[in-house]
Write a protein of this length. Structure first.
Length: 141
């Protein structure tokens, strides 16, 4: 069994390898299949991520927020509804993929980067064309 808390903590602490297999290697008695089943059944929200990391944030004169957008290449996908033609900086051109926007906070210290929000870019499904900071409005107040 895996909990939402364990999964979000894994995302916060892991650098680079965010796979179910990698997480299973770090949890006792949890297999890749258990994690995959969990992700299929659980609805993870940006608000849940914010609730977990809010207490860890340190604001100060050196603090900043980083907005990172990326496209997960799905060039061979024919049936995933979020796949659309979009610009990829990594490919320097248009690719078929899923757009993801991540919002990260840092107090300005080395290795102090906390994801505080995310959004899957899906204007055809949700009608939104820009990043919405609903989970992080307290940072700007």
């Amino acid at each position: 069994m895996i909990t939402k808390q364990q999964y979000l903590e894994y995302l916060i602490c892991t650098i680079g390898n965010y796979t179910s297999s990698h997480l299973a290697e770090h949890l006792d008695d949890v297999s890749h299949d258990v994690i995959t089943d969990y992700l299929r059944s659980e609805h993870l929200t940006a608000r849940g991520l914010w609730d977990l990391v809010e207490r860890l944030l340190e604001d100060g004169p050196e603090a900043f927020m980083l907005v990172d957008d990326s496209v997960q290449d799905k060039c061979y996908s024919q049936f995933i509804e979020l796949v659309k033609l979009q610009y990829s900086g990594a490919e320097h051109g248009l690719v078929r993929g899923i757009g993801i926007v991540n919002l990260v906070h840092s107090a300005g210290n080395e290795k102090d980067f906390y994801p505080i929000g995310y959004r899957i870019y899906a204007p055809d499904q949700d009608g939104k064309s820009a990043w919405r900071l609903s989970a992080t409005t307290r940072l700007t107040e």
